[in-house]
Design a binder for this molecule. Structure first.
Ligand SMILES: NC(=O)c1ccc[n+]([C@@H]2O[C@H](COP(=O)([O-])OP(=O)(O)OC[C@H]3O[C@@H](n4cnc5c(N)ncnc54)[C@H](OP(=O)(O)O)[C@@H]3O)[C@@H](O)[C@H]2O)c1
Length: 253
């Protein structure tokens, strides 16, 4: 994390989904290191407790909120618990994600629904729940984590691609609705990151369709997390609506 970010978010409160692992975990710890109070949302309580300890060591207050984002009731309860504990919510990072690989002709409806529920419906529910708190404060940031698969669809990933494309529409609507209230909405489209998501290669994206493959190193999630903290700490009036964040060499979607 850059020197400039240390303490930059003191007095702010954030809710981060996917906080048990990968990008969400790195973002929660980076926000805490910048001084924010952070509510940690994911299913695995054990992993959340360990992130909570790391976030506290990094300098912020952290609160584990085990939540299955497929459940609207649990999702709303997480926001209520975070607001009850911190008294405010200034930053929402929707980093949780899942997928149901498979060709459209083979994909079952449960896989489709689960993917859309976690990747798109949960960000919609959470955004709606945090919006009034941000409106009251006259400021806020909603950061949605898409993927290069939200810019370019590819074979055997229709549920994932559709969910990530949908996140673009949600983010643009939020940005439009939030503008008059000082609420910023931003979407990032990461390329390969070194997380539990599993290794993927240019061939995954281009398959047998004949695209170019090249060598590249997956991004450490901490680098993308630092970018998110930088956005959260950006001066009022500064708006970045979207960003494609890929490792050098991966190629653009
Ligand atoms: N890794 C990549 O190469 C890559 C590239 C582009 C975009 N992305 C996006 O980056 C985001 C973070 O992924 P990652 O790479 O950090 O993967 P990851 O390490 O596998 O993390 C996924 C997170 O989502 C949470 N999650 C999944 N289903 C959930 C549910 N039903 N309820 C609550 N939480 C749930 C998981 O927590 P629990 O299992 O504890 O619930 C975990 O914290 C995702 O949106 C992904 O689409 C990843």
């Amino acid at each position: 994390m850059s020197e400039a970010s240390v303490g930059a978010l003191r007095g702010k409160a954030a809710l981060v989904t996917g906080a048990s692992s990968g990008l969400g975990k790195a973002t929660a710890i980076a926000l805490a290191a910048a001084g924010a109070d952070v509510a940690l949302v994911a299913r695995s309580e054990e992993d959340l407790r360990s992130v909570e300890a790391e976030a506290s060591d990094a300098g912020g207050r952290a609160l584990s909120l085990p939540t299955d984002l497929v459940s609207p009731e649990q999702t709303f309860a997480a926001v209520e618990s975070a607001v009850a504990e911190f008294g405010r919510l200034d930053i929402l990072v929707n980093a949780a994600g899942t997928d149901a690989p498979g060709a459209v002709a083979d994909l079952d409806v449960d896989g489709w629904d689960r993917t859309l529920d976690v990747n798109l419906r949960a960000p919609f529910l959470l955004s709606g729940a945090v919006f009034p708190h941000m409106r009251e404060a006259g400021a806020g940031l909603i950061l949605n984590v898409s993927s290069v698969a939200g810019k370019k669809g590819w074979a055997n990933a229709a549920a994932y691609c559709a969910s990530k494309f949908g996140l673009t529409g949600l983010t643009e609507s939020l940005a439009d609705e939030g503008r008059e209230h000082g609420i910023r909405a931003c979407i990032i489209y990461p390329g390969a990151m070194a997380t539990n998501w599993g290794a993927w290669t240019p061939e995954d994206r281009h398959g047998e369709s004949g695209g170019e493959a090249s060598e590249f190193q997956a991004l450490p999630p901490s680098q993308v997390a630092d970018f998110i903290v930088w956005l959260a700490a950006a001066p009022p009036g500064f708006v970045l609506t979207e960003g494609i964040v890929v490792p050098v060499g991966e190629g653009l979607p």
